[in-house]
Design a binder for this molecule. Sequence first.
Ligand SMILES: [Zn+2]
Ligand SMILES: [Zn+2]
Length: 266
Amino acid sequence: MLVDSHCHLNFKDFNDDLDVVVSRAEGEGVGTLVTICTRLNEFEQVLGIAERYDNVYCSVGVHPHEAENAGDVDAARLIGLAAHPKVVGIGETGLDYYYDNSPRDQQQAVFRAHMKAARETGLPLIVHTRDADEDMAALLTEGTDGGRLTGVLHCFSSGRELAEKALELGFYISLSGIVTFKNAEALREIARDVPADRLLVETDSPYLAPMPHRGKRNEPAFVVHTAARVAELRGVTVDELARTTTANFFRLFGKAHAPASGAPGG
Ligand SMILES: [Zn+2]
Ligand SMILES: [Zn+2]
């Protein structure tokens, strides 16, 4: 069984066939999904999807792209929303200096509020980071200095130094379909070296469909292609990779329940 640790099932790409998408994932052995919140004004919709399916969980948080318009986001608000039993993580949150859709100081302030909420709830932080390796390493160091804090660098596409820093601080690394792309050799080298007990897989669907679906709508079932590529890189069977990444997921996301074996939720 595999877990898609990061997808966006509330995006309009899934408006017409979400039931089919969720059951197709189960059919491929992708038994647990986490649908990720990017704005507080979509949280109710995201939570509604998690409540509709036994095997779907969700997060609460504000994407760095949205930081500029997230004036009222503070740790207390996030902590309140995270009390729901289906909310298993804080995020996605972080720094995106590639697009710079929000001013960097606001991205950092919003990220700090999320780190505080993650520390106080004990929930894992779901981190989005792009072209911000140095500042992210500094902020994660600051965040972990402030108390117990753990989480995952999702859709990892940063450099080796940030990977090593995050691992040293106790974080996990999640690989998306990018690892299957032709030009991703540097990422594949990192993917080979992440300790087996710190690795997760995800789709980030509807974006970033792995080969052989690149360019099409991505969906949770396609995490099997990413898992197969990562298993091949690491010289382990797909079953072995599924077993370890799924165990890692349930260790990190302690609020989520593993489905009883042989009886997928519905
Ligand atoms: Zn992201
Ligand atoms: Zn995302």
